[in-house]
Ligand binder design. Structure first.
Ligand code: XMP
Length: 596
């Protein structure tokens, strides 16, 4: 599908930073259409842009394989704004000095503006900014001026206003930099002279026109998941072509949450979708997963099973013949292979691609109406289309579903005390012999869990506990147990109907209470995990994992209000087979959001 805008006013050059899409999102929030392109994009290909932003990234400019930009860009007259690594790159390419920091600086800093400039219009005095860097610029290129600094970073902003080149070491795109949006806005409107041209809801007619153009006289079929993206994409196609020409199939894997299939069906019925089918594949998924404990094996088997089921549907519905094309809910970040993700160590695999679908893609028989939108823009479009808030505001849910939240074990063992005998409750620590996935130093870990008996006094304590040990990547606190932790055991457990049902019931309790209290609106995602820790009558425990995040790449563990937690723990303890309720205090890194 072509871009909604042929020439964006702003392009963000991706230097491998996790924040690169966030920068483009912020620019769009300010009403200016922006896209993301590889950092090495030739200057000639960027002609016509009002401005270019160079993102941050994990590299050092002195590393020979680090991302760079076409130096001609800096001499082209186009305004350029470098952020973090982008500032270091600009300094390096223009004759300044970048020095390797010995400690790095991660977190809040106070910015002092030394030379007022248009980039700091409406930003004055001392400002809180967010820093995340090791290297730093120690000498600006000639013709540049230092505009602002912090106690530890002398050159936190620099500029050559006559050439409209600016750069900052901090991250204006994150919420932790309160003046960040003002600085970005100054760059867009005062430096680049951008015009407001972007409103996602205003794009609906154009998108529908594109759908009609791509489809021609062919019909469109979807594999819908019930999530926001595939439902909005489906609805756009339905509006563009009419109900008779758009088919949707939802595969019921048996790994979904309580009431999910009915919820999806009700949503599609409300759309007036004449052709919507549920393919019941519950038995096939469960028997394929029988006896499997390893997280990546689970993902692989689920991926393969999706392939089999989808191939069968493609064949039985004759979707591969010339009358049909495939619709997908792909959104903008999924279409860009960023430097960061291309080079990243494999933490978790995602879904396999069906051969038949690959054939359709290669033949150009695919329509992706949301390919130039971000998630929050998809929600805006969904609202404009009249879709229910209940659907649009849903938290993300992983494709393999509850299978990767139902932990299994091949071995047995007791919880191991790590504290001295007679330690007070607040000092007791236990090692739970259940392993979960983590990400440390950009690599995958698979380690045990440390359990505390009371909440630590400060949020820094859990990360410190993990740093002290090499055998754990996660810290939880025991919120409520039916028996002392010393009596709980891990026993061999696999993915059975019984355990999936138990997890589904626990998840439904959490979802109801989080929804009714409004807590779910304050967080990004709330996985509920079942672990085989318990007693003879109650063989499992529940872990609560509410987190906040921007894009799932990093996440903070969130503490919920005590009264809500008490109520949740009480209701969960009444679920059949549940011995204890734990609360996960681990940020990402070092723990991943999901346990598997
Ligand atoms: P992690 O656990 O890697 O999760 O910190 C980051 C985000 O990705 C989701 N997730 C998945 N989504 N297939 C998916 O479609 C998967 O295999 C998968 N694993 C994790 C997770 O829910 C979180 O939002």
């Amino acid at each position: 599908m072509p871009q909604n805008k042929e020439v964006p006013q702003i392009t963000v050059l991706d230097a491998g930073g996790q924040y690169c899409h966030l920068i483009a999102r912020r620019v769009r929030e300010l009403g200016v259409y922006a896209d993301v392109a590889p950092s090495e994009t030739p200057a000639a290909a960027l002609a016509g842009r009002r401005g270019v932003i160079i993102s941050g990234g994990p590299s050092s400019v002195y590393d020979p394989s680090s991302p760079t930009i076409d130096p001609a860009l800096l001499a082209s007259g186009t305004p350029v704004f470098g952020i973090c690594y982008g500032q270091q790159l600009m300094a390096h390419l223009m004759g300044g000095t970048v020095t390797q920091g010995d400690r790095g600086e991660y977190g809040f800093a106070q910015l002092d503006i030394e030379n007022p400039d248009v980039i700091f219009r409406n930003v004055s005095g001392r400002q809180q900014v967010w820093m995340s860097h090791r290297d730093l610029v120690t000498k600006v290129p000639s013709d540049f001026r230092i505009l602002a600094g912090t106690d530890t970073c002398h050159i936190a902003a620099m500029g050559w206003p006559e050439r409209r080149l600016y750069a900052v070491q901090f991250h204006p795109e994150v919420a932790h930099t309160p003046c960040g949006l003002t600085i970005l806005s100054n760059f867009l409107f005062d430096v680049c002279g951008c015009e407001r041209d972007w409103d996602p809801a205003g794009q609906i007619d154009a998108v529908e026109e594109q759908i009609r153009a791509v489809a021609g006289d062919r019909n469109i079929f979807f594999f819908v998941s019930g999530g926001v993206d595939s439902t909005v994409a489906y609805t756009l196609c339905l509006q563009a072509l009419g109900a008779g020409r758009v088919h949707g199939t939802y595969v019921d894997t048996g790994l979904m949450r309580e009431g999910e299939t009915d919820f999806v069906r009700a949503n599609f019925d409300a759309l007036g979708a004449a052709s919507f089918a549920v393919a019941d594949a519950r038995d096939r998924f469960l028997s394929a997963l029988n006896g499997v404990t390893d997280p990546e094996r689970k993902r692989h088997i689920i991926g393969e099973m999706f392939v089999e089921v989808q191939e069968r549907i493609l064949e039985s519905e004759h979707y591969l013949d010339g009358h049909w094309i495939l619709g997908q809910g792909t959104i903008y970040p999924d279409t860009i292979e960023s430097g960061g993700s291309a080079k990243a160590d494999l933490i978790k695999t995602h879904h396999n691609r069906v051969a038949g679908i690959q054939k359709l893609i290669e033949g150009g028989r695919i329509v992706e109406p949301l390919a130039s939108f971000y998630k929050d823009e998809v929600r805006v479009i969904g609202r404009q289309l009249g879709l229910a808030a209940e659907l649009l505001d849903r938290h993300p849910f992983p494709g393999p579903g509850l299978a990767i939240r139902c932990l299994c074990s091949e071995t047995s063992g007791a919880l191991e005390p790590l504290h001295a005998a007679g330690a007070p409750e607040a000092g007791r620590q236990w090692l739970i012999p259940v392993r979960s996935v983590g990400v440390q130093g950009d690599s995958r870990t698979y380690r045990s869990v440390l359990a505390l008996e009371t909440f630590p006094g400060s949020p820094d304590e859990a990360p410190a506990l993990i740093n002290q040990r090499t055998d754990v990547n996660r810290v939880v606190v025991a919120v409520r147990t039916v028996a002392p932790l010393s009596t709980l055991r891990v026993e061999p457990a696999s993915l059975t109907q019984n355990r999936l049902d138990r997890l589904r019931r626990a998840d439904a309790v959490v979802r109801r209470l989080a929804h009714d209290s409004g807590f779910d609106q304050t967080i990004w995602q709330f996985p509920v995990v079942l672990i085989p820790v318990g007693t003879a009558d109650r063989p499992d425990s529940v872990v609560l994992r509410p987190i906040d995040s921007v894009d799932g790449m990093t996440a903070q563990a969130v503490r919920m209000p005590t009264d809500l937690l008490d109520r949740m723990a009480r209701e969960l303890s009444a679920v059949e087979g549940i011995a204890a309720v734990f609360y996960d205090l681990t940020n990402k890194p070092p723990g991943t959001i999901e346990w598997e």
